[in-house]
Design a protein around this ligand. Structure first.
Ligand code: PLP
Length: 375
């Protein structure tokens, strides 16, 4: 029996996305629920030919095009096979066994996953009861502990909450020798970015993806941005052909039609307001979101509600496996028709949903409603 590295031996199995999602209403992975710009599909069909398939990818022109779109220099950017690959790149470059990662909890689990693969240990600081990032605790930990890198999703998944710029600034300044990765996967929905700060903070890495608003999750295309001094080692250790030619070509076409993406994000924001109004009207608490999803507290029967929705071919994400998010479902916001369908199915399941006034489980909980946060 050939043994793997200890880090792999100790690794808990990653829970892969569910299979068999085709043909269902996918409100579970925060994807674009409508489709990528049709021009991308047309260009892809035109580009496909046997000769192009035989060639290894060439990156220079695509990198220049994407850099111009994001208003950075090519040397301030690395192409990645999705944000997941960018996260792995950070671990490959900076993490040795025993190094510490600092993350908020709950957050996107892939930071910790690749950090564990590298043999690192993780320090977690919980969001407070109103799902605000305790920035002071981050700063205090960074001053006290040796932390190799910090990962912050902004907006955060699964809460949808934004981290104020002042908090990001204090974290970046607290430990200049600590790499701070700010994952802006949902930036297109929030409108807030700190991408230009890569010129101000030498320890900052920002990531963006084409998987969400742009609707290209299947292709796996992301970008990592930082100061050239930080980019250089990341690039040195990178898989030389991590990004495939078609993904890069499609990203370059998608940005030409980013008007489609703007319209899509506007629609999603409007539908998010609609969904939240409906939740308010039904006294169902949720976390106010800046992303394309809403974390909603439906109570102890959350797994059953998710299952019944699945029977109706609506997929939602059940976060009950996290001990601090028992009773929470995360709904991706889709088109108006999709959102209406979700609301009408939830209406049908209303008898299973626990509202703050109706359930003992809600005693002493801080929850959100149209009137704001209350205990
Ligand atoms: C915060 C966050 N970052 C990154 C990703 C994954 O991005 P990609 O598809 O580019 O790997 C997700 C996907 O759900 C996410 O929620």
């Amino acid at each position: 029996m050939i043994k793997p590295r200890p880090a792999i031996e100790n690794l808990k199995k990653y829970r892969p996305p569910q299979e068999g999602r085709g043909g269902k209403m996918r409100l579970d992975f925060n994807e674009n629920t409508v489709g990528c710009p049709p021009q991308v599909i047309r260009a892809l069909r035109r580009a496909l030919n046997p000769e192009m398939m035989t060639r290894y990818p060439e990156y220079d022109e695509g990198r220049r095009t994407l850099a111009a779109y994001f208003c950075v220099k090519p040397e301030e950017m690395v192409l990645a096979n999705g944000t997941d690959d960018a996260i792995k790149m950070v671990c490959d470059t900076f993490v040795d066994p025993g190094h510490a990662l600092l993350v908020p909890a709950p957050t996107f689990p892939v930071y910790e996953f690749f950090h564990n693969v590298a043999g690192g240990k993780t320090l977690r600081i919980r969001y407070d009861e109103r799902f605000r990032l305790p920035a002071h605790d981050f700063v205090a930990t960074l001053k006290k502990e040796r932390v190799r890198w910090v990962a912050l999703a902004n907006p955060n998944n699964p809460t949808g909450t934004q981290i104020p710029k002042s908090a990001l600034k204090s974290i970046l300044l607290a430990a200049p020798q600590t790499v701070v990765l700010v994952d802006e996967a949902y930036q297109d929905f929030s409108g807030q970015t700190i991408l230009p700060w890569i010129r101000r903070y030498p320890n900052l890495i920002v990531t963006r993806t084409f998987s969400k608003a742009f609707g290209l999750a299947a292709l796996r295309m992301g970008c990592l941005f930082a100061n050239p001094q930080l980019i250089e080692p990341l690039q040195r250790g990178q898989n030389p052909f991590a990004v495939n030619s078609l993904a890069l070509m499609c990203a370059c076409i998608a940005i030409r039609y980013d008007e489609n993406v703007r319209k899509y994000t506007q629609t999603i924001r409007a539908n998010r307001v609609g969904l939240c109004r409906w939740l308010d009207a039904h006294d169902i608490p949720y976390v106010p979101s800046s992303a394309n999803f809403v974390l909603t507290r439906v109570g102890e029967r959350a797994p059953e509600i998710a299952r019944l929705l699945r029977e109706k071919k609506i997929l939602v994400r059940d976060w009950s496996y996290d001990p601090h998010l028992k009773g929470y479902l995360r709904f991706t916001v889709g088109s108006q028709a999709q959102t209406r369908r979700l609301m009408s199915e939830l209406e049908r399941l209303k008898h299973l949903i626990q509202t703050p006034n109706g359930a003992r489980a809600w005693k002493n909980m801080v929850v959100y409603s149209s009137a704001g946060w209350f205990a």
